[in-house]
Design a protein around this ligand. Structure first.
Ligand code: ATP
Length: 866
């Protein structure tokens, strides 16, 4: 018999478990038997895979083949040198990619799913991989079901099972055994399946299958996560293909010319191939992903966990950050500050006395009863901070939840959801049932009956007064029932209520959010508040944070819903505070902003926020308070739920993108320079200046080491003082393309000039080789900043680069001076004065680029240091 056909008691018996869950000992034993609760996917890259990857580049293979052939034809030294350089390059590439892979795995580890389970009668949160059959799992709206469960408690529970059944409408869940044979999955209402989404309500179930034994495991024997290419990678690989064609043509010309000049064909072949290897930017896309992965790991250290690599790249383009209020912009440390009941407002000084009135005990009991707060193992409280504030007030004034529940046991609950903005519990009394509803006062007022106009007005007034002071106001209402309603339908049950009081809760704005908002505005980013709270509360907090000017405009969801489509589209980009907004309106706000050409980051925590998170350009979920569903839909998870972390992430995104551009600038200028040297020299009647080993050396060592260190470049001073980059902007924008061309040409001419000066000396080739290498070192220092001079930046502000340059210089000197390396590189020792001249010639590029930056600064000055 299948689990769905068995009564709950039988299921528990067959799994040796109870409603209190397994014992730790039994769970450990079961873990050995069943293994981890994971769907096996095609594992991450293996070490061998990464190593092989380094040789996948077609031109490298051609080069190796050509080197071996020329070896057979007698040039053994060249062959060995080429093979060694290619191997060194492969090792460098391997180390980088391996580090990036490790970083990605670490990030994935940080994003592991948790489940709330009960063991030995105690509820705790644990990683979902550790679940075993027999475990009792607690579910609530927003959870992703962690294993296949047989439900034994379902409170208005609904699940969306599209991933398994294809049916996208949520299914109502029940607990009774179903008798039919071979029911399809979608009809097994008393089961919940791994990876489906809980969209509403609460429930409990016992695990009947984990890992590959779940229904999901059965259909998904291998889950392959496709690697996504970032926009930049896509553009670079397109560009790479086009450049490859041009480079191959140039190489063919170089080869043909060489033959015509009577050079040895084998040498010319190797030269042409080496040039192709050096100049085709094959490695750029993978370099981008390595830089992004390492950047993402650093961002995780700053509490911003990136789920999609492309997000790292696009973060810098964000123009609007739409944020929740509670917890993100405020501290989510809530305490009740005021209570309104009996027509009076009470505060800390007066409420102890006031609540002595036996008529007011009901309000305190309502606060104690209408919540889901539970004491946890650590002696604290788990639950919604709003509810904890109310729970605390009640227990402080002598009504504990436990006592209240003993007196009025809970019979039913309609859980809170942010569309309705209400929560209802129903409790048994001696003579029937007591229904308590709490929630947004404006919503409650629509559902009360028999209230005098004067009273209604007073409630509204007090609500506005408290909200205007920045308090979050919750109302409490009640009614007596003779019997339990047949259907727990919010629309019919939450009617004809009697208001019994209000509580005003303070949630102070986060200090760091204020600074982050100011930073956003300097950086051309509009922060926007979209909250479910009252408009006046929202505006008060927004003003205190500097999001709007005092008296600035705030719109409520109901005002939005009255607008025509055009009006909506026109208004949205200009108003920065939205209150009492439903998740659907949130989605419409994202769409309107995007239609206006904006690049939107949007936060969300609830299950209903998933559509707006998916739709926004950067969906941001809350690591602490967010639901599984919202995290799954997000690109970025804030591990500390803090608005300021989004701004930090944007800053990091901009820095990482800048650094990728710097790398491209450096590497492509160098490549262009090498092409010009080899291509142009014959036109000046000079022999080809560089041998294949030189070309490879310059490309792999000279370009490689300092290029990698550019990724460590700190953020430029004006990084948050400039407008966001347009997401479609070319990588070569802002003069980068022009720089590559003119500096590349300059590099070529400086080298050819050196060749011309020394052509009569036997050392001309060593001189050209050295000048080319040294010039690149000057270049890499000069392009550390786009506009700031190296001297104001300070040579020590990127130690990794300084180290890489020193190492490269040392290696270059070794190649020139170490006797056994000389025959390999065909070099000769330079005298001190020759070395001095080489340094002098090499500084030309550095000086020229520093002048370029002076001109740029003239056009757009650097911001004053703070
Ligand atoms: P945001 O995180 O977007 O700033 P919020 O916390 O203000 O949102 P919601 O959580 O959707 O928004 O709450 C909206 C309204 O619902 C609140 O202003 C409050 O009146 C009411 N509310 C919030 N939490 C509860 C709860 N646990 N029970 C009953 N009502 C609640």
């Amino acid at each position: 018999m299948e689990y769905y056909q068995q009564p709950v008691a039988e299921v528990f018996r067959s799994l040796n478990s109870t409603e209190k869950g397994l014992t730790e000992a039994a769970a450990t034993q079961a873990q050995e038997q069943w293994g981890p609760n994971e769907i096996q996917s095609a594992k991450g890259k293996t070490v061998w895979g990464i190593l092989l990857n380094q040789f996948k580049d077609f031109m490298i293979l051609v080069l190796l083949v050509a080197a071996v052939i020329s070896g057979f034809m007698g040039e053994l030294v060249d062959t060995i040198a080429i093979v060694v350089i290619v191997l060194v390059n492969a090792v460098l590439g391997f180390v980088q990619e391996f580090r990036a892979e490790k970083a990605m795995q670490a990030l994935k580890q940080m994003a592991v799913a948790n489940a709330r389970i009960m063991r030995e009668g105690v509820v705790g949160t644990r990683p979902a991989v550790g679940l075993v059959p027999g475990d009792v799992v607690l579910l609530e709206a927003g959870d992703i079901v962690p294993a296949d469960l047989r439900l034994f408690e379902a409170n208005a529970l609904k699940a969306e099972e599209a991933s398994l059944t294809g049916e996208s409408a949520p299914v109502d869940k029940k607990t009774d055994a179903l008798t039919e044979e071979s029911l399809p999955l979608g009809d097994r209402a008393n089961m919940a399946y791994k990876s489906t989404l809980v969209t509403f309500g609460k429930g409990r179930g016992v695990v009947v299958a984990t890992g590959m034994n779940t229904e999901l495991g059965r259909i998904a024997t291998m889950l392959d996560e496709a690697e996504v290419a970032t926009p930049l990678q896509r553009r670079l690989s397109q560009l790479g293909k086009r450049l490859a064609l041009i480079v191959l043509i140039i190489c063919a010309i170089v080869f043909a010319f060489g033959l015509l000049r009577g050079e040895r064909p084998v040498l010319m072949l190797l030269t042409a191939i080496s040039l192709a290897v050096a100049a085709i930017p094959e490695a750029l896309p993978s370099l981008v992903s390595i830089t992004l992965a390492l950047g993402a790991r650093r961002m995780a250290g700053q509490k911003a966990l990136v789920r999609n690599l492309p997000a790292v790249e696009t973060l810098g383009s964000v123009t609007y950050i739409c944020s929740d209020k509670t917890g993100t912009l405020t501290e989510n440390r809530m305490t009740v500050e005021k209570v309104f009941a009996r027509g009076e407002i009470w505060n800390e000084q007066t409420w102890a006395e006031a609540f002595k009135d036996p008529d007011q005990q009901g309000l305190l009991q309502a606060m104690a009863l209408n919540n889901n707060v539970e004491p946890n193992k650590e002696g604290g409280l788990t639950g919604d901070p709003t509810e904890i504030a109310l729970y605390n007030l009640a227990s402080q004034l002598g009504v504990t939840r436990q006592q209240a529940l003993e007196q009025f046991p809970i019979s039913a609950e309609i859980p809170f959801d942010s569309d309705r903005k209400l929560m209802t519990t129903i409790h048994r009394t001696d003579d029937g049932y007591w229904l308590i509803t709490k929630g947004a006062v404006d919503v409650l007022l629509e559902r009360v009956s028999g209230i005098s106009d004067g009273d209604r007005e007073q409630y509204q007034q007090v609500n506005e007064q408290m909200s205007g002071d920045g308090l979050r106001v919750l109302g409490f209402a009640e009614k007596k029932l003779a019997q339990l309603p047949d259907r727990l339908d919010a629309d019919t049950v939450e009617q004809d209520l009697q208001l019994i009081g209000l509580a005003g809760i303070i949630d102070p704005p986060r200090e760091e959010a204020k600074a982050a908002i100011a930073e956003c505005r300097k950086a051309g980013i509009r922060p926007m508040m979209i909250t479910g709270d009252h408009p006046l509360t929202a505006r008060n907090i927004a003003e205190r944070l500097g999001m709007v000017e005092p008296g600035g405009r705030a719109l409520s969801g109901s005002e939005l819903s009255k607008m025509s489509e055009e009006e909506f589209a026109k208004t949205v980009p200009q108003v920065f505070v939205y209150a009492r907004v439903s998740p659907e309106q949130k989605l419409n706000i994202v769409k309107a902003l995007q239609a206006a050409g904006q690049f939107v980051a949007m936060t969300g925590d609830g299950v209903n926020d998933a559509p707006s998170l998916k739709r926004s350009d950067i969906g941001v979920a809350m690591g602490i308070t967010g639901t599984d569903v919202s995290k799954e839909a997000a690109d970025l998870i804030l591990l500390d739920d803090n608005f300021a972390t989004i701004v930090k992430a944007v800053r990091s995104g901009r820095r990482i993108y800048d650094n990728i551009r710097k790398f491209i600038k450096y590497a492509m200028t160098g490549n262009t320079g090498e092409i010009w040297v080899i291509f142009l020299a014959p036109f000046f009647g000079l022999p080809i200046p560089l041998l294949p080993v030189h070309i490879l050396w310059v490309n792999l060592v000279t370009d490689g080491l300092p290029g990698l260190a550019l990724a460590m470049e700190p953020a430029e001073k004006d990084i948050m003082n400039r407008p966001p980059r347009h997401p479609k902007e070319s990588v070569f924008a802002g003069g980068l393309g022009v720089h590559i061309i003119w500096v590349g040409l300059l590099l070529g001419f400086v080298s050819i000039f050196t060749q011309y000066l020394y052509i009569d000396s036997s050392k001309w080739q060593t001189m050209v080789f050295t000048v080319l290498c040294f010039s690149q070192m000057g270049h890499v220092f000069a392009i550390r900043s786009d506009r700031e001079s190296l001297f104001s930046q300070g040579i020590f502000s990127n130690k990794a680069l300084l180290g890489a340059v020193l190492l490269t210089l040392l290696l270059q000197l070794a190649v020139i001076y170490v006797p056994w390396l000389q025959p390999i590189f065909r070099t000769q020792a330079l005298t001190l004065s020759e070395l001095g001249i080489a340094v002098g010639l090499s500084s030309i590029v550095f000086i020229a680029v520093e002048i370029e930056k002076i001109l740029k600064r003239k056009k757009r000055p650097l911001p004053k240091a703070a």
